[in-house]
Design a protein around this ligand. Structure first.
Ligand code: FAD
Length: 384
């Protein structure tokens, strides 16, 4: 049993990605005197396989917590426009209601770690292997004692396994790879998503950073037999010809199953460790930041798991149920063709789709009405 003050912490956050750093900042905002330790297996700055697209919703949470968003995005340019290409080739190009950011994760995560340390958190390099619940908290690797632990250790979370959280249901993981290109056959201020019926659900993306480079990648739902790296690379080239990417790396995405298991007792899970990735778009940074914020705040209460579960349900519950239902419905791609056409023709349908894909949006009347109108128009054409 650890005894020295250096081994005793109010909160230990395992993993210092967006979920972990935000959790530490939120905990210290709730109680500036709290002793908060962040443990990460890596030194920062470190790369993280990602599309680097950051929704404005994530920036809202960080701004609320007092993080300087201009510092987080320094050296990059806001992206004002989105072009969607549906599985059967319908396109919708519109301005975002609010611009998105693209910040390479080597920069974003190091900047967030810096903000957490500036708020008073201590960072140590340490790969966590075991957690043992004890009467007044949790022992970590037999050397560190925490009153509360937040597992923010990503898609392969050790904390998740150790705390006995439910396994994600089959069909709720994706695999994606990404690289960087300096070829610019696309407008610099535009994000592109190119979907395809082959291996559906699947899509490629181009997210320009604003420094002459762009993050490009391809992802698809994991099946019983996973695609090989060579197959994924080939599909990326097919969908995005003319942009030879460098630094191609792949990673697994634990998609949200609608009702994620987010922890028990004194152990909370946030971000990818809680399987919080949007099953329609693969967006996970907003969920990581939001869940980190709520978990960090919960850690400073008397009943962390109850508080956290309730607040996460309040903020994301309906949205997660809607995205889960939509992910099932869109296993047949025609619905996505319909939604893309509706987004092309109706501004509010486009905005609704963006909110569902990047934020906490739900299926609302404007999107449903636009899709029904599109469907009716299409049926009339078939009859005529
Ligand atoms: C190819 C790809 C593209 C993506 N594109 C986007 C995108 O454009 N926009 C978006 O919003 N989301 C995207 N995502 C999802 C996004 O990357 C994740 O949702 C996000 O990184 C989750 O943040 P996190 O803090 O939960 O975990 P992570 O960012 O994975 O951080 C986890 C941290 O935990 C540390 N760690 C792991 N194990 C241990 C351990 N045992 N002990 C100590 N430390 C440990 C790691 O070193 C790491 O620093 C993409 C994902 C992939 C794979």
């Amino acid at each position: 049993m650890p005894t020295s003050r250096d081994a005793e912490w109010d909160l230990v956050v395992v993993g210092a990605g967006p979920a972990g750093s935000t959790a530490a900042i939120a905990a210290l905002r709730a109680d500036p005197a709290a002793r908060v330790l962040m443990l990460d297996a890596a030194d920062f700055p470190r790369d993280k396989v990602c599309g680097d697209g950051v929704a404005p919703h994530a920036m809202d949470v960080l701004t609320y917590l007092g993080v300087d968003v201009a510092e987080l995005t320094a050296g990059t340019s806001p992206i004002g426009e989105l072009r969607l290409t549906s599985p059967r080739g319908m396109t919708a190009t519109r301005r975002f209601a609010r611009p998105a950011s693209v910040v390479p994760r080597a920069l974003l995560d190091a900047r967030l770690v810096h903000a957490a340390r500036a708020a008073g958190a201590v960072l140590r390099r340490h790969r966590v292997r075991t957690l043992i619940p004890v009467r007044d908290g949790v022992d970590i690797d037999g050397a560190i004692h925490a009153r509360t632990v937040i597992g923010a250790d990503g898609a392969e979370s050790v904390v998740r396994r150790q705390c006995g959280a439910r396994n994600a249901p089959a069909g709720t993981t994706a695999i994606a790879l990404r690289g960087y290109t300096s070829a610019e056959p696309w407008p610099a201020g535009q994000q592109r998503l190119v979907m395809t019926t082959a291996h559906w659900p699947a899509y490629a993306w181009v997210f320009p950073v604003g420094d002459g480079t762009a993050n490009v990648g391809y992802g698809e739902l994991n099946r019983a037999t996973s695609s090989t790296r060579a197959q994924l690379t080939e599909r990326l080239h097919e969908l995005l010809p003319g942009c030879p990417p460098v630094a191609l790396r792949g990673h697994r995405l634990p998609l949200s199953p609608g009702r994620p298991d987010v922890g028990h007792g004194r152990v909370l899970l946030a971000g990818d460790a809680a399987s919080l990735i949007n099953p329609l778009t693969g967006e996970g940074i907003y969920y990581a930041v939001l869940s980190g914020f709520l978990a960090g705040s919960a850690a400073m209460t008397a009943e962390p798991a109850d508080w956290y579960r309730r607040s996460l349900r309040h903020q994301l519950g309906r949205h997660l149920r809607h995205t889960d239902a939509l992910a099932r419905l869109t296993r047949t791609p025609w619905l996505v063709d319909l939604a893309t056409t509706a987004a092309r023709d109706h501004r509010r349908a486009f905005d609704d789709l963006v909110e569902i894909g990047l934020g906490a949006g739900t299926v609302r009347a404007p999107l449903a009405a636009a899709m029904l109108t599109t469907l009716a128009r299409r049926s009339r054409r078939h009859v005529d």
